[in-house]
Design a protein around this ligand. Sequence first.
Ligand SMILES: [Zn+2]
Ligand SMILES: [Zn+2]
Length: 228
Amino acid sequence: MHIPGLLTLASRLARTLLPPVCQVCAEPGEQDRELCAACCLALPWHTDACARCAAPLPDDATALCFRCEESPPLLDAAWAGFRYEDPISGLMLRYKFHEDLAAGRLLAQLMVLSPPPWDAVPLVAVPLHPSRLRRRGYDQAAQLARQLGLPCWQGLHRVRATLPQSERSADARRHNLDGAFAVRGDVPESVVLVDDVMTTGSTLHACAEALRNAGCQDVRAWVCARVP
Ligand SMILES: [Zn+2]
Ligand SMILES: [Zn+2]
């Protein structure tokens, strides 16, 4: 067996034999999760959010933020279990940029703990371009989607490599994604996009546009965390 295979086997064995340890504070984990009860309680749970874009809402607000009231976005609904704050943001950086797959596994478990209030099937992960996937070695959104344990649809593809969205203005983000996504095969009537973080939503909106142009009637998004 080659080294990565051995390492995977070793980490699987360790997970079965050793009790889980909190990835945030190193205390014993709770319910087979690598998170302790205190850290779980202190997570930045995202309550009071806009039903269409998952942006935070003031306490006394209705279901939609004023932006979505004025011009409805391409997403029929958006759901984020958490705000992009510590320790979610720290786990996310470890998962995305330091190949910490255990952090990704925990983030998927936390998404399952805070599911959207609607049926989330089939899931469609926001795809990476094949060239980026080759460089990174794994696709963070696809892995999250797989670990949610629901049926996934594989027909959405990134057909144009784009520059990283972070550090670009909202306007530049939108144009950066023109024609970046394409749909292959018969599109389901409704789908739920899955991604790790939603910032301005431009990536999700570009996916939603491609899916709608292909005939999809209802496009929702389920992300782990929303940047407030
Ligand atoms: Zn802890
Ligand atoms: Zn909104």
